[in-house]
Structures are given as C-alpha cells and as structure tokens.
Design a protein around this ligand. Structure first.
Ligand code: OOG
Ligand code: NI
Length: 447
C-alpha cells in the first residue's frame, strides 16, 4: 500500500496555492491579509484572556491559515464534479442557501471539512453557488446560455484523472497530491479572455450580471478569499488607510461580549479589463475581497432569535448608525456564555477540568452542577458556516446595478441536491453531534 497524503494535508496545500494565486491576481487581497494579520496580532497582545481562550480551544493554530473562498458554477455536471474534487481535500457539502429570495439567481452550499480534527487542522471552506438559469426569463437567451455552458469544460484532463485515481486508490501519494493541487487550481484561475462575443456578454449581463459572470468565462474563477479576523470593526476602520474601500455595512450581528455566528465585510469588486471573442475590449466586475469574524454556532432556537432580531433591525446606509441600531435590538439576545448555555441558544463543547479529571462525573450529576463545582468547562463551538442574508448583502454590494427581486425566488433544495448528486449535510446536526460527543468524552451521558 502506498503512502498517501491525508486529505487535511491536501486541503492545506490547496488553500495555500489558492491564496498565492489570488494574491498575484488581486494584489488588494494581499494588502487585506496583511492588515488582518496585524490586527489579529495586536488584538491577541491586547487581550491575553482571548489568546488563552483560543489556545485552550486549539484555535490559535488555525487562525492564520483560516479563510474561505467563493465560486459560482453553471451546470449540474460542473457542480457534481466539484463535489468529487473537494472530496479529495476532505471537504463535504454542508447546508443549503437560497439566495433567490434576495434577488440573486443562485442557490448554494459550502464545501468544508466536518470532523473536529479536520476543522482544527484547516477549516478552509468554499461557498459554492449554482446558477438558476430558469430565472433567465428570455427563452432564446436561456437556451444560448445553456449551450455555452454545456460546451465548456472547467476541469483539466489531469484534474479529472487524479480525482478518479483518488477514488480508485482511496488516496493520493505526495507527488500525485501536488499534481492534483496544481491541476485543480486551473479551474479557479481568472481568464481575461471571454468565451463569448461582446453582444452575448451584454445580453446576459443585462439579465443579471451574475449570469454573465458564470456563463462567459472558461473557468469558475475564485471571486474572493476571506481571512478570519479577531476584530472586524478595527479592520473595517483601517481599510482606507491601506487604500482599500470597504463596503458600507458590516453584515451580521453587532459587536458583542460573546461573538455569535459571523460578521462580514468586503471591499468592492474591481473593474477589470476583459477581451471579448470578437476582439473588442470591455470590463467585468466580479472579484473582490472580504473579511470575517466568527463566533458561536447557534442552536435552532438561537438562530430563530437571531433571524427575528436581524429582521427587526432592518438595513441602513451608514455603518455606525446600523451597528448602533443592531446593538439596541440585540439587547434581547443574551450576551454571556452562562445564559446562552442555560437557554440553549448556542452550542458548547465540554471538557473536564483538572478537578473533574480527579473526580469524574458520576451518573445523575447534572451538567450545571459539574460546571458550578469547577469540574467541567464549556466553550462555545465556533460557527463554521455562512448566513444567507449576509451572503446576499455581499453579492449585492458587488453587483453595482439595482437588484430586482424575482418572482421565481423559492428554495429548491431537492433540485440543488439532484444537481450536486448528493444531499447536503445538515449543519445543525453536525453541531449537535459535536456537543453530544464532547459530553460523552467527559463521561456524561445526559440529553
Ligand atoms: C458569494 C457571496 C457569499 C459569503 O461569505 O457569505 C459569500 C459570491 O459572491 O459568490 O461569500
Ligand atoms: Ni464570502
């Protein structure tokens, strides 16, 4: 039996290669990552408690490698082969996001590692959207878009071969893994040359800029890569000093004592020169930069409360005002770990303290009694997924033109899964399992 590289190792190689490529393609991304590292370092220095906490939760090591990317594809065949490609890197489809509600003609999933060990090694995720061409209302244009998509192959022959080899052998040796990473990268590379003439591009773009972005190029270029920051407000404030113009609003919940879910902001997509197949020059805006700050994963009850408060806070056109309003509305969301746990609003990972090791839990002892006695410790589980309202906000800030909400906007998870060739995992079940397993590791069998 050959010596295979672990899928964690392949994922790490791939995310590094992707980051290096994107830094070359979009220098502002490099500037943003530097800013994020500087702010993270400063935040850790200024708040030793946070540093200890992250170290104890084994999160410090993953912080500097952590990022997500996003891509958009056009057909079921593309989506399902992407699933097989990401499987080589230990990334599985988790969650279903319907963005048609927000006037964006796509639905999406996130390919990401799912086991605790894999997440600790490298949580690299790719938010992957499938175009919903049924939302193109002109039948001729719809047919044309489908024909263009069917004629392209976004995967190199080498990439296809190595995916098969991985499936047949159950792994890849170091040499094949390195080859796989460089072949896979080709799928996500930017091409300034479109596959269509300017007339077709403009017709598709007029339907929706996203449609042109998905249909008119040879590959599904990575459209952003997002590092994780420990202080998003600070990075947002400092962006202009590095020549980066942030989007107006930070998406997601407000700043809190106990961060929850995900806060995100981005810089606007760049207007880039492209060449149409008829030889005329033009421009295309698709690629941008984004940062995020991750907090606790919420239970279904916590998530329902989040959704309700977010809707109540509404939107705004000034970040300071919007954050102020969010903070007011989110007073109804408990902001200490104790209450979040007691009210079962967030998921927690439990571990025995030293005292707990010496005096292990006995049958019948409750979790709260053990916590109170200092024999057990609970830390919030980090949210590893995405938020549809935030994602729509990010999409829209990059779609310059006014966004029209479409009638046909309804969730269609079944159609998405049929295209994917697999079902998506339920993120809530994954968090529930993590919490439950941590209790079992402590010798607690309640709940
Ligand atoms: C994806 C936008 C969503 C996020 O972090 O929520 C996203 C896209 O523009 O393709 O990346
Ligand atoms: Ni993103």
């Amino acid at each position: 039996m050959e010596n295979f590289l672990s899928s964690d190792a392949i994922r790490t190689l791939f995310s590094q290669a992707m980051s290096a490529m994107y830094q070359q393609e979009v220098p502002q991304y490099g500037a943003l990552t530097q800013l994020v590292s500087a702010v993270n370092e400063r935040t850790l220095e200024a708040t030793p408690a946070l540093k200890d906490r992250l170290a104890a939760a084994d999160e410090l090591a993953r912080l500097s490698v952590e990022r997500h990317g996003a891509i958009r594809v056009g057909t079921a065949a593309e989506l399902s082969l992407l699933r097989e490609m990401f499987a080589v890197m230990g990334m599985e489809p988790v969650g279903y996001y319907d963005l048609s509600q927000a006037g964006v003609p796509v639905h999406s999933t996130a390919f990401r590692p799912v086991s605790e060990a894999a997440l600790r090694r490298n949580p690299f995720r790719v938010f992957t959207s499938l175009l919903r061409p049924e939302l193109i209302d002109d039948p001729a244009l719809h047919a044309r878009a489908m024909a263009i998509l069917d004629a392209r192959d976004i995967f190199t022959p080498g990439c296809r071969r190595l995916i098969r080899r991985h499936q047949e052998q159950g792994g890849l040796n170091a040499r094949d893994a390195a080859a796989f990473v460089s072949e896979a990268l080709e799928t996500f590379r930017w091409h300034a040359q479109t596959t269509v003439d300017s007339t077709t591009y403009h017709a598709l773009s007029q339907q929706h800029r996203l449609i042109a972005d998905v249909v008119c190029f040879r590959g599904c270029h990575i459209n952003h890569l997002t590092p994780r920051t420990l202080d998003i407000d600070r990075v947002q404030a400092l962006m202009p000093s590095r020549g980066i113009e942030p989007k107006v609003l930070i998406e997601g919940p407000p700043r809190r004592q106990v961060p929850i879910l995900l806060r995100q902001t981005s810089f606007k997509a760049l207007e880039e020169a492209v060449h149409f197949s008829d030889g005329t020059p033009g421009t295309h805006t698709a690629r941008f930069g984004e940062i995020e700050q991750r907090g606790a994963a919420l239970t279904p009850a916590g998530r329902a409360l989040y959704d309700r408060l977010l809707a109540a806070a509404g939107s705004g056109s000034d970040n300071a005002q919007h954050q102020q309003r969010l903070s007011e509305v989110f007073r109804d969301f408990p902001d200490d770990e104790e209450t979040l746990r007691e009210h079962q609003l967030a998921w927690f990972r439990y571990r025995l303290t030293e005292r707990g090791e010496q005096q292990p839990p006995r049958a019948g002892e409750s979790v709260s009694a053990l916590l109170q006695a200092g024999r057990l410790q609970a830390e919030p589980i980090v949210y590893e997924d995405f938020l549809p309202v935030s994602a729509a906000g990010i999409f829209q800030s990059n779609l310059g033109n006014a966004v029209t909400t479409r009638e046909a906007g309804h969730a269609s998870q079944a159609a998405f899964e049929a295209a994917l060739g697999a079902s998506v995992q339920d993120e809530m079940a994954l968090y529930a399992q993590m919490q439950q397993r941590s209790l079992i590791r402590c010798g607690i069998h309640e709940g």
